[in-house]
Design a protein around this ligand. Structure first.
Ligand SMILES: [Fe+2]
Length: 237
């Protein structure tokens, strides 16, 4: 298996609740690198009234980190994305500024609030799709509407959304039942990506090594490779 691709993490320093310094950011990158990750899409939060760091500033900090990373990590490629918290007028942002998209491309990593209704989620997914973009539902396992039944996740996927789950959830760090639930989604073929959603090197660290082991054991090498390499690579294409 070649280098893994992490498509969801918070490593750009001082722009959200992820890395709080360049040193901290490099520590997370070190952890990713040790886990075998060789391409990372960094996805700082954008959320109204909570994380509103201007994209110019985010971009500037990203470029600084990219420069620093080049010195320390041979062959590690960094790309800039965004985790966009859904709201009713998000279409304006995602159509006018490519920095709200994944590496400026066609994919939007969309985050919802835990209690958002199924209808709200479907409406926002429809919004993104009607602009010609592909919505990726960030850590889908976190939402009450999705947890209610695997059928809801399947319906969202049928609409054209792609489903991402967190490595921590898959390996059971976020609870035994959530782990079971994630693995059921994977078994049903509904999951497109697994990301680390790393925010630091401690309580929200990169656990892609463990995740890769679990996936390989439960579903085989091919599934592990698809969720951790082949599918994420399509975002970058
Ligand atoms: Fe995140």
């Amino acid at each position: 298996m070649n280098g893994l691709i992490d498509m969801h993490c918070h490593i750009v320093p001082k722009v959200d609740d992820g890395a709080q310094s360049m040193k901290g950011a490099l520590r997370i990158l070190h952890q990713e690198y040790k886990a075998g990750v060789r391409q990372i899409i960094l996805t700082p939060h954008y959320r109204l009234e909570m994380f509103e760091t201007p994209r110019d500033e985010v971009e500037e900090r990203f470029f600084d980190l990219q420069d620093a990373a080049e010195e320390y990590f041979d062959g590690l490629e960094l790309y800039l994305g965004c985790e966009y918290h859904a709201h009713t007028v998000m279409v304006k942002d995602i159509t006018t500024d490519p920095r709200y998209r994944m590496n400026g491309g066609d994919h939007i990593l969309v985050e919802f609030a835990t209690q958002d209704t199924e209808n709200f989620m479907k409406s926002r997914i429809y919004d993104v799709l009607s602009c010609g973009f592909i919505p990726i539902i960030a850590h889908a396992e976190r939402y009450e509407a999705v947890r209610r039944s695997p059928d809801v996740a399947a319906e969202l996927a049928d609409m054209g959304a792609e489903i991402q789950v967190n490595a921590d959830s898959v390996i059971g760090t976020n609870g035994f039942f959530l782990g079971m639930y994630c693995r059921k989604l994977i078994k049903n073929g509904i999951v497109t990506y697994i990301g680390s959603d790393a925010h630091n090197t401690k309580d929200r660290a990169c656990h892609l090594t463990e995740c890769r082991q679990v996936l390989t054991k439960k579903f085989g090498e091919e599934t592990a490779e698809r969720l951790l390499i082949t599918n994420p690579a399509k975002i970058l294409r």
